[in-house]
Each structure stands twice: as structure tokens, then as C-alpha cells.
Design a protein. Structure first.
Length: 434
């Protein structure tokens, strides 16, 4: 069944389910916020619907019910490849069903057919300073596509609310088709010769992205596929996901919504974290004489880091309470393709030493590594050594999850998001002094 036809069927079924849930259980309590949660970034407050993935503190992320090992096993692969194709995880996120090889090929073909970038967008990017941060360029590139939003056009024409999801779907498909070319050109113009590498129709989405960056290494194509799959979604409460949803709840079109989400991803506490980890690892090696340390030397360096009031980058997570399965997947890739790389050896050694130290230190709720502890090292090994571009790679991947959910936001008629805020004085009067 074609993707949009299957999605239409799924939307109709889900709309009926949600109507029943709201009618019969709408007044039941999901969660109760505490004062510390109000001051502490709303951590763990269950007050948002996100269909595409769910994060369990002990198990990690599940995409539509499938764990990362299951996704790596069950999703279709490129010919001769072992890592799942991003087109497959996109199908799963959008429909909740595992795709066939034919389904995945159809997504690839459709994205290829929609991939032409308007000349005005290239002109916009070329007008930007080359030393502008790649994430700023990326966000602007997305906004430069906004005049072509079908949702915006149809809304102005008076589209019925029940049909909002349809042009949102079309915008999503166009965006996902065009993002790799925009991201790759930003890489080329910022760090390389500035020449745009055109895509190849014979390549899948991930391999074509790598090719347009100027990297035609089959191993890197495999890494790109894995990277795009692992970073595609992480339930709805993270900054990039929540921001995309929040802006979209105002009925801003997908271009505005995704650009805003990417602005959130650019923060050092979110998408910028992977480059900070790699920078810290390299500085650590320099401090230790440019060689791999012994475990005793590493332990001392980690204790010195903590005792100075700093954190060990890449360790800990707002939700997870075990090793991030995304870290494990990247570690397995490294063990197969780059086991003797010194950066990887140090990452492995930190994995052996850091959790025990963090546990003894006592301040970390989660002493285990997250996805950022590993991803930068993999990119560095294959020659992508420009730290500031890593968050753009992250952004291309994350677009799949947040845009798929945005279609479901519109399909389910989710309203403008508007939580109630209170002041400290209100808390004093109604909680502290009550």
C-alpha cells in the first residue's frame, strides 16, 4: 500500500481511538507536578502526547514499540550493507508499521523526485558569511524554503481543519527530500571548496547525503545510515522535538516549526553536546601527553575534572538510568570498523572507568554514557573533523521524527499548547504558607 494511502487509513483509525479515549477517560489524572518540577525544567511531568517514540529510563528509546537492536535487525538494509536505511525508520515513525524493501525503495524514489532546490534558496545561502555557524545557515536555509509551503497556501485558501494533516504531509516530504542537499552544501561552502556536489539518483537517502558532502566511502555511508536512524527521534520532551511541536501548535507551517526546532538543537545542552565531548576527549589526551593513559592516569584525570566542579561530558541523561542503547549501537559499529583508533580506545576506557567514579562521586543520577559520548569520535575517524557541523548532521536526522509527529499533531487536531505558569509569590502564598 502506498505510504500516503496507508497513512490516511492509520489517521482515520487513530482519530476514532483518541475520540473514545477523551470521551471515556478525559478527566483521569496523568501526572501531578511538584514545586521542584516547576522550577526544574518540568522534568518527568506527563502532559504531552508523542506518538512516534517513547523513552523508558531503564530500556532506552523505542520507535513505535521497537528497540534499537530490533530496528537494526528488522529494518531493510542497503544492498551489501548491514545498517538500517533511514527511509525505513521514517516509514516506521510515520505509520507504526515495519516497511518492506519495496516500501523503502518507494520512499527513496519519492524523496529523489522532490529533491530539487529552488534557485532562490541557493542565492540565500550564498549571501551568508562563510564563517557563520553551520546551524545558523541550516536554520536560514529551512526558512528560505518556507515560501513553498503547501500548508501555508492551503490554510490561506480556507482548508478545513480535518484536512490540515494532508498539506503538512506534503511539506514534510518536501523538506526531508531537500534537507540533505542544503546541509551538504553548507558543509562544502563552509569547510571545503564551496562547490556543490549534485546528488545521485542511484543512492539511498543516507548514502546520497554523504556523497553530496563529498565523501564516497562505503563505510561512511553505513555510518551515515546508522547515525541518521539513531538520532531520528527521542520522544517529545527534548528541546528540538518540543519546540517543533510547540511552534507547530500555533499552526505555523512545517518550515517555521522545524527551523525553530533546529534553533533549539543548536544549544550546548542539546545537539551541540557531541562536539563538546570530542573536544574534551582530545584535550584530555593532550593533558596526558598525547597518548592513551593507563586506567590509573585516567581515573585521576576524571576525579580532577569532577573535583574542579566540571562534569564528564557525554555521561548522564535527563531520563535514562542506564547506558544509552544509541551509545551501544555506535560502539558496536566502532568495534567492527575502527577497533584500533586511539580516540575510540579512550572512549572505551572512559566507559570502563567513569561509571564507577561517578557513582562514588554521588552527584550523578545516571553514571552511564549517552549518545553524545560516542558520535563525534566516529565522525572524526572518517574525516568529518569540523565540530560545528555535527549538530547539522543531528538536525537532518531529527527532522524525520519531529516532522512525522507534526503530521500526527494535525491529524489528531492537537490544540495550541498553552500551559499555565505561576510566580514565586504565588507558590509562597498557595504552597509554602498554606
Amino acid at each position: 500500500m502506498p505510504l500516503k494511502e496507508l497513512l490516511t487509513k492509520k489517521i482515520t483509525e487513530m482519530q476514532e481511538q483518541v475520540k473514545t479515549i477523551l470521551k471515556e477517560h478525559g478527566e483521569k489524572v496523568l501526572s501531578q507536578a511538584t514545586v521542584s518540577q516547576a522550577y526544574g525544567g518540568m522534568r518527568d511531568i506527563k502532559c504531552m502526547v508523542w506518538e512516534t517514540s517513547l523513552l523508558d529510563p531503564m530500556e532506552g528509546i523505542r520507535f513505535r514499540g521497537y528497540s534499537i537492536p530490533e530496528v537494526r535487525e528488522k529494518l531493510p538494509k542497503a544492498k551489501g550493507g548491514e545498517e538500517p536505511l533511514p527511509e525505513g525508520i521514517f516509514w516506521l515513525l510515520l505509520t507504526g508499521e515495519l516497511p518492506s524493501k519495496k516500501d523503502v525503495r518507494e520512499v527513496t524514489k519519492e524523496w529523489q523526485a522532490r529533491s530539487e532546490i529552488p534557485k532562490e534558496v541557493w542565492k540565500t545561502l550564498n549571501a551568508l558569511p562563510k564563517n557563520m555557524h553551520p546551524m545558523t545557515q541550516f536554520s536560514i536555509g529551512i526558512l528560505a524554503l518556507q515560501p513553498y509551503s503547501l500548508f501555508s497556501k492551503k490554510y490561506e485558501e480556507g482548508l478545513p481543519k480535518a484536512q490540515y494533516w494532508d498539506p503538512t504531509y506534503e511539506d514534510m516530504m518536501n523538506l526531508l527530500a531537500q534537507l540533505p542537499a542544503i546541509a551538504a552544501y553548507i558543509y562544502r561552502r563552509t569547510y571545503k571548496d564551496g562547490k556543490r556536489v549534485r546528488g545521485k539518483k542511484a543512492l539511498d537517502w543516507g548514502a546520497n547525503f554523504a556523497h553530496m558532502m563529498g565523501i564516497d566511502n562505503p563505510e561512511y555511508s553505513e555510518l551515515m545510515r546508522l547515525y541518521l536512524v539513531l538520532h531520528c527521534d527521542h520522544e517529545g520532551g527534548n528541546v528540538s522535538a518540543h519546540t517543533t511541536h510547540l511552534v507547530g501548535s500555533a499552526l505555523s507551517d512545517p518550515y517555521y516549526s522545524l527551523s525553530a526546532g533546529m534553533d533549539g538543537l543548536a544549544g550546548p545542552l542539546h545537539g551541540l553536546a557531541n562536539q563538546e565531548v570530542l573536544h574534551w576527549i582530545q584535550n584530555l589526551m593532550k593533558k596526558l601527553g598525547g597518548k592513551l593513559p593507563t586506567k590509573d592516569e585516567l581515573s585521576k584525570a576524571l576525579w580532577d575534572t569532577l573535583n574542579s566542579g566540571q562534569v564528564i561530558p557525554g555521561y548522564g541523561h535527563a531520563v535514562l538510568r542506564k547506558t544509552d542503547p544509541r551509545y551501544v549501537a555506535q560502539r558496536e559499529f566502532a568495534l567492527k570498523h575502527m577497533p584500533e583508533d586511539e580516540h575510540f580506545k579512550l572512549v572505551s576506557m572512559i566507559y570502563e572507568v567513569a561509571p564507577d567514579i561517578l557513582t562514588k562521586h554521588g552527584k550523578a543520577k545516571n553514571p552511564w554514557p549517552n549518545v553524545d559520548a560516542h558520535s563525534g569520535v566516529l565522525q572524526w575517524y572518517y574525516g568529518v573533523r569540523e565540530y560545528d557541523f555535527y549538530s547539522v548532521l543531528f538536525g537532518v536526522s531529527r527532522a524525520m521524527g519531529v516532522l512525522a509527529q507534526l503530521v500526527w499533531d494535525r491529524a489528531l487536531g492537537l490544540p495550541l499548547e498553552r500551559p499555565k505558569s505561576v510566580t514565586t509569590e504565588w507558590i509562597k502564598q498557595n504552597v509554602v504558607n498554606k
